[in-house]
Design a protein around this ligand. Sequence first.
Ligand SMILES: Cc1cc2nc3c(=O)[nH]c(=O)nc-3n(C[C@H](O)[C@H](O)[C@H](O)COP(=O)(O)OP(=O)(O)OC[C@H]3O[C@@H](n4cnc5c(N)ncnc54)[C@H](O)[C@@H]3O)c2cc1C
Length: 323
Amino acid sequence: MRIAIVGAGVSGLAAAYRLRKLGREVVIFEKSGGLGGRVNSRQHKLGYTFDVGATSLTPRGKSIEKVMLEELPTTELVKVEKPIWTHSGLRTSPGSSSKNSTPRYCYQNGIQTFANLLGDGLDVRLKTDILEIKREGTGYRVGDEYFDATILTPPIPQACQLLWSLGESRPVANVSYRSCVSVMLGYQAESETPYHALIDTEQVHPLTWLSVENAKVPGRAPAGGSAFVAQLSARFSQQNYAQPDDYFIDATVTFLKHLYGSAFASPEVAMVKKWKYSQPESLARFENVNLPGSTLLVASDGLLGGHIEDAFECGWRTAELLA
Ligand SMILES: Cc1cc2nc3c(=O)[nH]c(=O)nc-3n(C[C@H](O)[C@H](O)[C@H](O)COP(=O)(O)OP(=O)(O)OC[C@H]3O[C@@H](n4cnc5c(N)ncnc54)[C@H](O)[C@@H]3O)c2cc1C
């Protein structure tokens, strides 16, 4: 049985990883130039490493825990030691101790390492944007090749376009995603924080999440420097989505300057990434979307929850259904 998987994010990679173990032949088609999708890291030549999408990983669930901690061992895996604090404008305070007791992991050279480890040795066709899928006999034509089954793993609105190309639909109309603009900043000044991230639990400030990358994983900035990734709130991101990058950089720098002092007025590195579909706000039910016996399945965080472990579980379950 040959199986096509559209998308090399965690859903697609988990499905492929499982199917390969079960002895199936799998080809992944990925439109970008790398693995991981929203599990994405950037290394800057000045010595900064930023996780620009998902920031850390909690292996909730037996399958991801086993794969991550036992099957894909690497010296790069780092347990995040510092907690998450909250901010309300410029006031910071310790976060909830129960939430901070959840173990969080990351990788020295970026969280994308998880995707690269999962995808190691898989047949992945990078820079291949699948615009349509055709039915052929009992199978499917994807990217000019024949497959017996297909798993779609883009965020649900994009997966729907591929379903429509086949004249198919699934009960996913209620699934919607938040947009998020991420801002990466590198400074020569050092920040000594008791937390690795700040969260705006009241969701009133434009800056909803601030990750101090070098507090999360030591070594993420050159000696004496700091690396930050800010995630701007869904409302702010949506309302200002079309603004140029400088608009988001200025808003974030202003916040950091007030929080940490004038040494943080001028970053030496400033980059922006816009996520149209960052995390789902509402979900469809996996069981309603993927019926047993179907050879066209959907795996996405839009079915089980907006986290890496949900995407992993979803990919894993589609593999089990097919197998
Ligand atoms: C800013 C941000 C912060 C987050 N923070 C966290 C966090 O801290 N912890 C956590 O657990 N989760 C977090 N998440 C969520 C987590 O990243 C996602 O839930 C998870 O990575 C989704 O994986 P996926 O494989 O379902 O989708 P994706 O990662 O979106 O993968 C889909 C893949 O399909 C490809 N694709 C799409 N269309 C096509 C096509 N037509 N042809 C070929 N390829 C295609 C895409 O390029 C992409 O690589 C965050 C996400 C964002 C954006």
